[in-house]
Ligand binder design. Structure first.
Ligand code: XMP
Length: 513
């Protein structure tokens, strides 16, 4: 496996993505958590130093761990990683006025060939993406220059005898079109075969779960989302009846969702599943509540209580299974410090392990979202299930601004079902990152037949996004909009008006609350 030492770059995760695409297993660890003992234990076959915002001359500048240059394995330094490598190995870095460079640059090769650059420079120069304040002004002994750009005379440097490579630009970003090729060459030089597949991940994960859990019981909160579903199926494959899943039905699910999830997991997967129908409890507690944060906290707390109750009822379990993903695990390296503002208190089962004194089983900790989907396919989950849009833990509660009533939830469920049906019929479901209906906290006047109506308004939302952090509204055609609005008003009793939300994120958020 390959070790990525993170010096705090915004794009460190992309390095991992590029390597995983090459079927090479890698892990990101922050520079301040990697010491000599860690290196010995991890035994990397190759190491990459990420970029980072610091200057090697700043006080407390991040440094690589002692002994990393003596491991005898290939090392690739990127941007700050290059600078810190030169600094440690006897070169020189300069900062200050006029050395910063951001954006597109063109690198030209020098006379010498370097296997790291196989496939590069076929048409003379290569476009790369630069983003740096300081730059290397003298390379370390043993290093040679293999590529230069007008502002970076040491754009590509290497000491081929030691397999040390250092580049000033970011090969992991899309604006360095041949970047993936550079990584491919690097992992080849390091002797990786590129044989890390989901089938091998599945086997390893099952062995690890068995080793961790032994003959103890595991309990899992199954939401019906892809992550918890894949985790549950994998654990079930490993330990069978030692696993119990609890599906907490808070009465805020979509039309027929509870029945579908329960049926699929009981029938197709034979999972031991408790269907905890607690809608009266949740909807009772939410009566009269209209503040979004109070709603979220009420649901979060009840969720933990209900889960706890069922966990006790099955005679106690020592382990709690969670579908935690890699992006949640990677510790970010922060120099600026300072807490960020809470926009929304996210509902998750994060409070459970502390409250229940349980140990965690997290078989997806090493995976990115699309890899979890690939694992889901490997485990035979149906494609329509794997491709489902994300659904928030607090469910329809946050799509019903203002007070929640059963009447409103029923209207919302039906409007949402018609809307999603339209999207599927028009073949747009997979193009859209997330789509849903919301019920707005108002009634408006309309006319239907010859009569006056005074009914609810529905808001429709559909966004494109990569990770939910930013989003843009989906540009439906007028024909689609017209047909959908007509269908919702005709088919859903209690609705006489429909709005489409064209707000991006930021300034909006995806959900309404
Ligand atoms: P926002 O509304 O914050 O949503 O732009 C971003 C993404 O997160 C989902 N979301 C949640 N997911 N628990 C979850 O598991 C939550 O409490 C929660 N709140 C929002 C939302 O559906 C969108 O995909």
């Amino acid at each position: 496996r390959l070790l990525i030492i993170d010096f705090g770059s915004q794009v460190t995760q992309l390095i991992a993505r590029r390597l995983r695409e090459l079927k090479v297993y890698c892990e990101i660890h922050p520079f301040n958590k990697v010491d000599a003992a860690f290196l010995k234990d991890f035994a990397p076959r190759a190491v990459i130093f990420s970029g980072g915002p610091a200057s090697v001359y700043a006080e407390g500048a991040p440094m690589p761990p002692a002994g990393v240059f003596d491991l005898g394995v290939p090392i690739l330094g990127i941007c700050y990683g290059q600078q810190v490598m030169m600094h440690c190995l006897g070169g020189h870095v300069e900062g200050g006025h006029g050395t910063a460079e951001f954006g597109r640059a063109y690198v030209t090769p020098t006379a010498e060939r370097l296997p790291l650059l196989d496939g590069w420079f076929e048409s003379g120069t290569e476009q790369v993406w630069m983003s740096h304040g300081d730059h290397v002004s003298k390379i370390a002994p043993g290093f040679q220059v293999f590529g230069t750009s007008p502002n970076a005379p040491f754009a590509i440097t290497a000491d081929p005898s030691r397999n040390f490579y250092a580049v000033q630009f970011h090969p992991e970003v899309h604006h360095t079109p041949k970047g993936a090729k550079l990584y491919e060459n690097f992992v080849k030089l390091a002797g990786f075969k590129g044989d890390w597949t989901m089938a091998s991940y599945r086997e390893d994960a099952i062995a690890k779960i068995r080793e961790q859990v032994g003959d103890k019981k595991v309990i899992c909160a199954l939401s019906g989302g892809v992550d918890s579903s894949v985790a549950a199926i994998l654990i079930h494959e490993a330990i069978g009846a030692q696993l119990t899943c609890v599906f907490v039905d808070h009465g805020l699910l979509r039309l027929n969702e509870a029945q579908e999830v329960v049926k699929m997991f009981r029938e197709a997967y034979n999972l031991p599943l408790i269907h905890a129908d607690e809608s009266d409890l949740f909807l009772g507690a939410l009566e009269g509540v209209s503040d979004p944060e109070v709603k979220r906290k009420t649901i979060g707390k009840l969720f933990i209580d209900v889960f706890d109750k069922h966990a006790k009822a099955i005679g106690g379990a020592e382990f709690l299974a969670q579908g935690t993903l890699y992006p949640d695990v990677i510790e970010s390296v922060s120099f600026a410090g300072g807490p960020s503002v809470t926009i929304k208190s996210h509902h998750n089962v994060g409070g459970l392990p502390e409250k229940m004194g349980m140990k965690l089983v997290e078989p997806l900790r090493e995976l990115f979202k699309d890899e979890v989907r690939a694992l889901g396919r490997e485990l035979g989950l149906p494609e329509h299930f794997i491709r489902r849009h994300p659904f928030p833990g607090p469910g329809l509660a946050i799509r019903c601004p203002g007070e929640i009533t059963r009447e409103k939830l029923d209207i919302l469920r039906h409007a949402d079902a018609v809307y999603i049906d339209q999207i599927r019929k028009h073949g747009l479901y997979d193009e859209i990152w997330q789509a849903f209906a919301a019920i707005l906290p108002m009634r408006t006047v309309g006319v239907m037949g010859d009569g006056r109506t005074y009914d609810f308004a529905v808001g429709l939302r559909a966004v494109t996004s990569v990770d939910g952090m930013t989003a843009d509204y989906y540009p439906f055609t007028h024909e689609f909009m017209g047909e959908t609005v007509t269908r919702i008003i005709n088919e859903v009793k209690g609705v006489n008006r429909v709005f489409y939300d064209c707000t991006s994120k930021p300034p909006g958020t995806i959900e309404l609350e």
